[in-house]
Design a protein around this ligand. Structure first.
Ligand code: SF4
Length: 339
């Protein structure tokens, strides 16, 4: 780890100024990703500006509160554990609570913030190993070691010739499925952006991962209201049951009215370069009677565009089955009961 200075941001404008100075300066919240990357020399800011104290002067930054339209607004500095346990979230959006609980150990959930969760970096082993020179995300233009190396955990959706790294956040998958909105603020004012648009595909610039502009910070995440009676669920499949990132995951929210699926919100995790919303699966579900054949067709539609490599081809059928099972769970159709 290289030497760095540490200070506390006095107010939001100080945080905006620090963000403008990235990567020389880095904002520190929970630190659960940043400090790891600094120890690995993947990140080497000369100055850390701690923003956790801003919640004292701007309480909304850490609050979880009802929105005027019936949804919920979560401050960016709220801790993962507080959000997962909050009744407004646990009761109305189980998919968010489950994604948070599955996303990190209890110790990490007590430290990590919602804003930081959305900005965590990929777990691609080549990105995290500075002894390997080829990584376009870490060193733009250097190549991609994963394409020719071990890519069992890499993406089968949304990849580009420049990068095949998966997005690591479980929470982000739930937010994209729910069509949540990310609140941003900077010296130029405030703006809001759909969670799906907040996360960028790698294209030719995998070093750019989000729509966050220099000088901006995330201030909140807004969950839109779900129809009364809608149910949601997050299913994560991984190599071991704790402290592990997803091989595949599915975030689903379904509203059934008069025996038909009236609304469907679907996103996949662990398989794509960004949290992967599937309008194809949503379209396949809406207007139909929940059933095993329907879930199979919708899940096939969700991965129809997959482009696997030799080591990660198993993710395509695994993602399909993960989504099928999540849909069966959320609609109350246990395996043996499905028509
Ligand atoms: Fe780097 Fe992306 Fe290639 Fe991994 S997949 S080595 S993060 S460029």
């Amino acid at each position: 780890m290289r030497p760095f200075s540490y200070e506390r941001a006095a107010d939001l404008p100080a945080a905006f100024a620090a963000s403008q100075d990235a990567p020389t300066t880095a904002l520190l919240a929970g630190g659960t990703t940043l400090l790891d990357l600094m120890k690995l020399d993947v990140a080497a800011p000369a100055r850390l500006v701690d923003i956790t104290g801003l919640a004292a002067s701007t309480p909304a930054l850490a609050e979880i509160r009802p929105a005027s339209d019936g949804g919920v607004v979560i401050g960016a500095l709220a801790r993962m554990s507080a959000v997962a346990e909050h009744p407004l979230v646990a009761d109305q959006y189980p998919v968010v609570s489950q994604a948070l609980v599955k996303g990190a150990s209890a110790q990490l959930r007590n430290m990590a913030t919602i804003g930081g969760n959305l900005l965590q970096r990929t777990r691609c082993v080549y990105f995290r190993d500075v002894s390997i020179p080829e990584c376009n995300k870490r060193v733009p233009g250097s190549g991609c070691a994963a394409r020719l190396g071990v890519h069992r955990l890499s993406a089968v959706l949304g990849a580009s010739p420049a990068c095949i790294a998966t997005h690591p956040s479980d929470l982000a998958v739930a937010l994209v499925a729910l069509q949540a909105v990310v609140h941003l603020a900077g010296s130029g004012g405030e703006r809001r952006i759909a969670a799906d648009a907040f996360f960028l595909l790698p294209g030719d610039h995998p070093e750019r991962e989000t729509a966050l502009a220099p000088g901006e910070v995330i201030t909140a995440v807004e969950l839109p209201p779900l129809p009364v009676g809608a149910r949601s669920h997050y299913l994560k499949v991984r190599d071991r049951e704790s402290y592990e990132f997803a091989l595949t995951s599915a975030a689903v929210a379904i509203h059934v009215a008069d025996g038909l699926i009236a609304a469907a919100h679907i996103a996949l995790g662990g398989v794509a370069t960004k949290p992967w919303r599937s309008p194809e699966a949503e379209r396949a579900l809406i207007g139909n009677v929940p059933s095993r054949p329907l879930f199979k067709d919708a899940s096939a539609a969700a991965v129809a565009g997959a482009a696997p490599l030799p080591h990660n081809a198993f993710k395509v059928p695994l993602a399909r089955r993960t989504l099928e099972r999540a849909l069966a769970t959320v609609t109350g159709l246990a395996e043996g009961e499905m028509p």
